[in-house]
Write a protein of this length. Structure first.
Length: 167
């Protein structure tokens, strides 16, 4: 079924609280779960030139993604795209994402490729990784970059959208 898309939305804040939602559309589904809370206190970023991290990184398996279609014995080609929908954001901040493992095959012979190198999430759908068959426990890791004393201290939010397309 070409063009079948599933969208998963994640609310990511600068406090990095990750909420997951799953939407079923057609036969194939993508499910993402996990949470990450990273607080950057205003008192940590006080003076220009002070050494503070401007890159924050989650655990290597902070979120998990599953691609599944019934029956799970069938190999079917698919692609995951990713984009960010801005809710409350400062464009000097960046969110980056990568996949850190190949997951666990549900379908014998299932494979996965791409997505192992950090890529910046933009407001446009962009290729993340692809595979075939049903695979679970695909680990995702996040970074946000660009934290600076010149960016006002407040909560920033960006919704991350994962799109599953059967090829």
């Amino acid at each position: 079924m070409k063009g079948i898309e599933n969208k998963i939305r994640h609310l990511l804040t600068l406090a990095m609280f990750l909420l997951s939602f799953s939407t079923l559309f057609g036969q194939a589904t993508v499910t993402v779960w996990g949470n990450w809370r990273q607080n950057v206190e205003a008192t940590e970023i006080t003076n220009a030139g002070d050494d503070f991290p401007n890159v924050y990184e989650s655990a290597a398996d902070q979120s998990r993604l599953r691609v599944r279609r019934q029956p799970t014995s069938q190999l079917f080609p698919w692609r995951i795209d990713v984009r960010g929908d801005i809710v409350t954001w400062d464009n000097r901040l960046e969110i980056w994402i990568r996949r850190t493992n190949d997951g666990i095959s549900i379908t014998p012979g299932a494979t996965i490729t791409g997505g192992m190198v950090y890529q910046q999430i933009s407001i446009f759908d962009q290729y993340f990784f692809e595979g075939n068959g049903s695979i679970r426990r695909i680990a995702l890791q996040y970074q946000y970059r660009g934290v600076s004393v010149v960016i006002p201290a407040k909560t920033y939010r960006q919704t991350i959208v994962y799109t599953l397309t059967e090829l």
